[in-house]
Design a binder for this molecule. Structure first.
Ligand code: RB5
Length: 149
């Protein structure tokens, strides 16, 4: 998978530190530039701090896409979606990864490091990165989010 993708901002908490290493290894092997905002070891930290670093970069359009990981992926996705313009999708399976791109135009992929093994996580990431947004009726629907916030 080398599609000349733009740089990706990536972060995790202690529960997904090892998964982050795995995904960074996969991305860099595929010539994708990454901005790693931590955490950088398995010491316990507060995941909202990392969610804010990644989500603010995407919200400000400094990065088109981001990746977040925590134990379940739930806390990271809830926190990231507080930021305007962020469409963080928790995808612990391949179908969700595909549909979050095709129908929701998700711009942050969230994975639970205590839910998904390395091989599946790589497949989820690959599916998410290579699936385009369908637009059309789905564009109209995601534009409705701005009207209700
Ligand atoms: C950390 O123990 C855990 O709560 C966190 O990684 C995440 O799963 C939160 O949603």
């Amino acid at each position: 998978m080398n599609q000349n993708l733009p740089p990706i901002i990536i972060g995790c908490d202690h529960a997904a530190f090892n998964l982050k290493k795995t995904l960074i290894n996969y991305l860099t092997k595929n010539q994708i530039v990454i901005k790693d905002v931590g955490t950088f070891n398995t010491d316990s930290i507060d995941y909202p701090d990392i969610a804010a670093k990644v989500a603010s970069g995407v919200s400000a359009k400094k990065y088109q896409k981001g990746i977040l990981m925590c134990g379940t992926g739930i806390g990271m996705s809830i926190a990231a979606n507080r930021f305007p313009g962020v469409m963080a999708a928790l995808c612990n399976d391949l179908f969700s990864a595909e549909m979050s791109r095709r129908h929701n135009d998700s711009n942050i992929l969230v994975i639970g490091g205590r839910v998904v093994g390395d091989i599946l996580a790589i497949a989820i990431l690959n599916k998410w990165l290579t699936t385009p947004f369908e637009g059309g009726r789905h564009k109209k629907r995601i534009e409705m989010f701005d009207a209700i916030t």
